[in-house]
Design a protein around this ligand. Structure first.
Ligand code: HEC
Length: 221
């Protein structure tokens, strides 16, 4: 029994370990992002939002479209027609149309690569950041951010917010951050599946072990 407990603790430890506390600026605490690597529908919606609203300025240069399509169960043709812009091919990395030096000139700061952003800042931070833009006429884009003061990024999702209303918008941002968390750690989707198989195996193994144990001790008691 003890071994089983230790094994299960080992199995679950990586999922339970939460990203360390991050500083969410004016918010007392970061909001909790609805990250769930098993929700493929959410990840697919998030991928679409990411490509449509973020890749214009940012890159995700460590990720290939093909890997995303395969991991998230998106048909390659569908991926090409709906999610891949310009002349990119399915095997290409997710790069943006813009050039960093020029963007640094336009925005003051260059938009960083977002592949590992949720690991750098935590998913909760990114979620809180995206939900906390507010109008501020003193800023060049007319917006400021409660989590990232005086940020040089415009509110890229403003039209989506208007389109979906606050509730729908929050869900959409949840999907987007869920996708970004997958992107930062694609192996997690696999690890979870493997984890369940190991669990099933342990449960099945437990039965003969238990019976054997009983058999061995039966004359001694
Ligand atoms: C119009 C260009 C533009 C678009 C579109 C855009 N961003 Fe940005 N983003 C920027 C710039 C510029 C910065 C750098 C801001 C700074 O350092 O002040 C930035 C910074 C960020 C940061 C903070 C990075 C850090 O850790 O310092 C995150 C997170 C981010 N963007 C996420 C997104 C997401 C998600 C989307 C899509 C919904 C998106 N951005 C769309 C221009 C853009």
């Amino acid at each position: 029994m003890k071994t089983l407990l230790i094994l299960s603790a080992l199995l679950f430890a990586p999922w339970m370990a939460h990203a360390e506390e991050s500083d969410c600026g004016e918010l007392k605490e970061c909001l909790t992002a609805p990250v769930d690597a098993t929700r493929t529908d959410s990840l697919q919606r998030g991928a679409k939002l990411f490509v449509n609203y973020c890749l214009g300025c940012h890159t995700a240069k460590y990720v290939r479209y093909e890997r995303v399509a395969d991991d998230l169960g998106i048909d390659h043709k569908l991926m090409m027609s709906n999610l891949v812009w310009t002349t990119d091919k399915i095997g290409d990395h997710m790069l943006s149309g813009g050039r960093p030096e020029e963007q640094a000139k336009w925005f003051g700061n260059a938009p960083p690569d977002l592949t590992l952003e949720t690991r750098l800042r935590s998913a909760d931070w990114v979620y809180s950041y995206l939900l906390n833009f507010y109008s501020d006429s003193k800023r060049p884009w007319g917006v400021n951010n409660r989590v990232f003061k005086d940020v040089a990024m415009p509110n890229a999702l403003e039209t989506l917010n208007i389109e979906l209303g606050d509730e729908g918008y929050k869900k959409a941002v949840g999907d987007l951050v869920n996708y970004m968390a997958y992107m930062a750690e694609p192996i997690k989707t696999e690890r979870k599946h493997i984890g369940w198989w190991v669990w099933a195996f342990l449960v099945v193994l437990f039965i003969p072990v238990y019976l054997l144990n009983k058999e061995y001790w039966k004359d001694i008691h």
